[in-house]
Design a protein around this ligand. Sequence first.
Ligand SMILES: *[C@@H]1O[C@H](CO)[C@@H](O)[C@H](O)[C@H]1NC(C)=O
Ligand SMILES: *[C@@H]1O[C@H](CO)[C@@H](O)[C@H](O)[C@H]1NC(C)=O
Ligand SMILES: *[C@@H]1O[C@H](CO)[C@@H](O)[C@H](O)[C@H]1NC(C)=O
Ligand SMILES: *[C@@H]1O[C@H](CO)[C@@H](O)[C@H](O)[C@H]1NC(C)=O
Ligand SMILES: *[C@@H]1O[C@H](CO)[C@@H](O)[C@H](O)[C@H]1NC(C)=O
Length: 463
Amino acid sequence: MLRETILSRSFSRNDQRRLGCGAFLCCLLTALSVFILLRPYLGHIPALTLRLSPGYGHGLFAMRDESVLMRREDPTEANRGSKQDASCHLSEPVSDYCEMTGDIRVLGNLSSILIGSSQAEQMNTSQKIRPYARKPDTNAMKPIQEWSILPVVKGDREQVSPCTHNHSVPAVLFSFGGYAGNNFHAIADVIVPLFLTSRRFNQQVQFLVTNMVPWSIHRYQAIFNHLSRYEIIDIDKDRNVHCFSKAIIGLKFHEELILYPQRPPHYSMKDFREFLRTSYSLGRMTAVNLSSSPGQRPRLLIISRSKTRMFTNVLEIVALAESLGYEVTVSELTHNTTRTVQAVNSCDVMMGVHGAGLTNFLFLPDNAVLIQVVPIGGLDWHARRYFGDPARAMKVSYVEYQIKEEESSLINEYPRDHLVFRDPDELKKDRPAFTSICLEKQNVKIDVNRFRGTLARALDLLR
Ligand SMILES: *[C@@H]1O[C@H](CO)[C@@H](O)[C@H](O)[C@H]1NC(C)=O
Ligand SMILES: *[C@@H]1O[C@H](CO)[C@@H](O)[C@H](O)[C@H]1NC(C)=O
Ligand SMILES: *[C@@H]1O[C@H](CO)[C@@H](O)[C@H](O)[C@H]1NC(C)=O
Ligand SMILES: *[C@@H]1O[C@H](CO)[C@@H](O)[C@H](O)[C@H]1NC(C)=O
Ligand SMILES: *[C@@H]1O[C@H](CO)[C@@H](O)[C@H](O)[C@H]1NC(C)=O
């Protein structure tokens, strides 16, 4: 049911990065020419500024369009203290969002948001947004519901859609579709961006969810409860007219599992982890310190997968770890999030094969160790980017164990001169073949003699 998209889908992005400056310049030129072409038609947009924002991703510059798409100052409305304002950010690399204040009406069953205007010509610019943070990935975006933001003249609006629900708090509308059935993506694509977007409302915010999958969203209920006091509204088939005076459509985004505190709204992953600990009432803040409590046995959690990328000799790994002094738990993580996060928080070292289950490192106590076992297939970049770098940025030590060909089950299925061993990067170009061979058919038999050093190193890191 949960497709392991985490690996397969990210190559395009990797490759994009390799295009590097060329692509960036190209985009810049295109954007400039579009801007020049459109300029005569943009008379009513008061502020369109192109600006270079520092350090997105791999130190490349990203172009940020801070354009204020719909901004109007209507003296009559302003006098009545109901200023209408919508500022849309549609040129962010990964996530589009619009922030608006004024008379806002959400029509769920029509996938539309009406924003009040008293002068039609100033608000003609309608917008379309798919509120999911994975813009460059067309596969992820295809099923995401598109929402229209439509400026509406006051008179028309009263006739068309009187409010059936007046909300006193702001709305945040986002999608829980795309890859959100996968734990990594639910957290990286939705929950961290949602934290970034809505934490500042201090629970006084109404979530409107499009592409809602109830069983999947309920896995994170504790998190939603701590971000909002109000029950989530499954908005897609809702026939009510929900009225707000403030709304954000789409989510802000910095980087997968990384928040930059220097960028607004100035939250860090440390803040996010503290928030997670509060949400799940996690008691352990720091892992065991073997220098100050030398007698204590550190706890090792082995995440065993059950369908793909399994450890086929778990018992040998357990025996090795116990001989080194660990107290070992083997867990096939379930969908009971409460139990999972408690198990993770109670351990000092967590190990597992590359995959979405490792996202649970977010619940480790400070100074704990994450051991990632990387299977065959040229996965180093992904291993580091999705788990290694974020873990290190969050006071979790990171140790990587690259398996040898002999430790992969693929050795029994493919000759040594097969592309998967010879040139996995070449194999990646055939995405379905790569996914099937490296991600779905590969199991891991750890060479315990070789692995001993890795477990010993984790002990050193606890000292
Ligand atoms: C806005 O729409 C109205 C009615 O459709 C039209 O008359 C007007 O010219 C439009 N204004 C702009 C700036 O496109
Ligand atoms: C919502 O507020 C508007 C304006 O104050 C009011 O006319 C309308 O009756 C209210 N609707 C509901 C359902 O409370
Ligand atoms: C959406 O809801 C409104 C209000 O109940 C109703 O008038 C309209 O027919 C509905 N549209 C669709 C497409 O279901
Ligand atoms: C563990 O305790 C020792 C001695 O009390 C201390 O010097 C060391 O900094 C501690 N290590 C960590 C990671 O806190
Ligand atoms: C999930 O696990 C917790 C802690 O073990 C338990 O209290 C709870 O009943 C479980 N929930 C479900 C739905 O099984």
